[in-house]
Design a binder for this molecule. Structure first.
Ligand code: C5P
Length: 219
């Protein structure tokens, strides 16, 4: 059995993709199964934390003991995160948030014609960066899914968003499957975790977070 390293801690996570409606039947999304975020929520709950999971549209089952809040779009995800942020000790942003959403939402299905169609997109808020910038921010963990130059991009992201910890994975390793191999980037350097099942990897991430929380003596 795993040691309960997060007893008395509250952890908020985002997971899955977001879906940005173009019209009632179409939209823009990211490919994300939600598996890694749900595995992390489960690992946090197993470690004794009180866990809230804000989930975009996925087929994943809610892990035992986890409070789940379902959302569709990035704006809904941001609202749900801020509505649940009070008293959280840790925020782990695993969601693959769509970077852009259609500028206008259309009430009726767009009809096909032979003319060119342009859809204007506006940037979505960066939920993780907004949470990390708060005055009494929880311990914030970001994910960096990259197709190359993992260490460089992950470190850049960690510094740009002012995060104590970024979990980096090469997308060809992890996306959609049951296994993952990740490297953790913090102020002390790069820490590769043994590759494995997403739940085992999640437990390794939780161990690392628990160790960092102990050192920083927050709350
Ligand atoms: O900058 P990039 O999107 O690659 O950063 C990824 C990290 O930021 C992930 O932890 C992701 O959940 C989070 N993120 C977010 N809101 C966004 C975009 C990314 O919380 N709009």
């Amino acid at each position: 059995t795993q040691p309960k390293r997060l007893v008395g801690k509250r952890v908020l996570l985002t997971a899955g993709p977001t879906f940005e409606a173009i019209d009632p039947v179409r939209g823009i999304t990211n490919s994300s199964s939600g598996k890694m975020g749900f595995a992390l929520a489960r690992a946090c709950a197993e470690a004794g934390a009180e866990v809230t999971l804000v989930a975009g549209p996925t087929a994943q089952a809610t892990p035992q003991g986890v409070k789940r809040v379902d959302v569709i779009s990035a704006l809904q995800m941001r609202d749900a995160v801020f509505a649940n942020l009070a008293k959280q000790d840790v925020f782990i942003a695993v969601a693959a948030v769509a970077d852009y959403r259609p500028a206008k939402s259309v009430d009726h299905k767009i009809k096909k014609t032979n003319a060119k169609l342009t859809i204007e997109l506006v940037p979505n808020p960066d939920i993780l960066a907004e949470v990390a910038a708060k005055k009494h921010a929880p311990f914030c963990v970001g994910f960096a899914a990259e197709s190359r130059d993992l260490a460089r991009y992950a470190e850049t992201k960690r510094k740009a968003k002012k995060l104590p910890l970024v979990v980096g994975n090469l997308v060809q390793d992890g996306l959609g499957g049951d296994d993952n191999s990740v490297t953790l980037f913090d102020a002390r350097g790069a820490h590769p975790l043994p590759p494995g099942d997403k739940l085992d990897v999640a437990r390794g991430i939780v161990e690392h977070i628990a160790g960092m929380l102990k050192k920083t003596k927050r709350s």
